[in-house]
Design a protein around this ligand. Sequence first.
Ligand code: GTP
Ligand code: MG
Length: 433
Amino acid sequence: MIELEDSHRPIQAYTVGIQADSTSLSEANEHLKELLRLLDTMGAADVGHQVAKAANPNPKLYLGSGKSAEILEEAKNVEAEILVFDTELSPTHQRNWEKYAGIPVLDRQQVIIEIFSQRAQTKEARLQVELAQLEYNLPRLTRAWTHLSRQRGGARGNRGKGETQLEMDRRMTERRITRIKEELQKVKKQRATLRKGRESVPVPTAALVGYTNAGKSSLLRALTLAEVFIEDKLFATLDPTTRRYDLGGGNSILLTDTVGFIRKLPHGLIDAFQATLEETLRSDILIHLVDSSDPEVLDQLKITQEVLQEIGAHDIPRVIVFNKIDLAEASTLEWLEARFPEALFMSTLTREGLEDLGTKLVSFLDSLMIKVSLFLPPSREDLAALCHRQGSIQEKVYENDGIRVQARIPARFRAALAEFEVHVVEPRGTSVV
Ligand SMILES: Nc1nc2c(ncn2[C@@H]2O[C@H](COP(=O)(O)OP(=O)(O)OP(=O)(O)O)[C@@H](O)[C@H]2O)c(=O)[nH]1
Ligand SMILES: [Mg+2]
């Protein structure tokens, strides 16, 4: 934890962007800009930054000695209290830098984990973040600072600790990791039970996914008037929120707003995402929102797709929606339209293009409909009403011992109606009884 509460001003950070061999200077600058926004979210002030080239990471300080000395001098000049690198530092690089600079040294991963730990609210999210934090710390127990604080030397670190102490720390960390994993298993079971209860009344669901700050929460609010937290900060949303969206004509869908993704997500957090998004990942459709006005639009699209792949959501049907068209360049939009002919374009701010999403969702839900022929016992008139509400009834005949119904219903209802099904007329057209 970065102990910022006791201070009256934000902790002062000097930040180093990294231009690797495969990155252009403008990309490195964009990534640095993003990291500075993350630092702002974390509660740190930017007192200086620069981009450094790193063709081959130097074994000692990641950067060459000349560049490292220059960074240290600048950081000292501006009285930086922490140094932040826009890359994944190995435990050795981090330790060496902390010794060299005499102040805590963070990498992008740690910054992201910090933000999550400050913002996690549910018990499960807190456990997940603690797990990610411990796993990050485990190979770094010999760091000068595991806890950051404004008073130098006052930090509860491991400087000068002997081998035995380190061994004890390691064992304690490992034990806590095991405990948390057990607790998470329990929470997961409880949730599965809750879900079962809910799924007995099936309603189609859509999840809003995308890079952080794409406008997911804004879209949820625009569509459902939900009172969700919207902020021009990264990771404004951490816990999923679900609202019903009325599509008209008796159709509705549950929309879930989710946590945003970002480049170089710490691995421990990807697991955390998976757990938190588990229910979301059972959605019928994903609405992948992309900020069309961001210079890194394609990169953000790709990163989201990669994370979705990693958490096992790649085979869920997906609609790509380019948001913030009010801010984007006309030429960018033209280019995106040509490249993604299936995508939708909108602005949650001006509401332009918003209704296209509704239309798309209606036609998607339509594609999930099947025609069934049911024979319901007289006492289950409620099921006929359900078919009417969620689909359409073509024919309803009262017979002596029951109600014969021909209806179009969402495919997901089949399980609930299976025992009354005579046969599915479409799309399979085969008798199932
Ligand atoms: N100009 C413009 N701004 C928008 C639009 N949609 C969202 N924004 C702004 O973009 C910022 C981020 O919006 P959010 O809805 O919080 O984004 P998010 O995807 O939920 O972000 P995280 O929860 O951080 O992942 C806010 O300042 C919004 O007001 C849009 O269509 N046009
Ligand atoms: Mg949000």
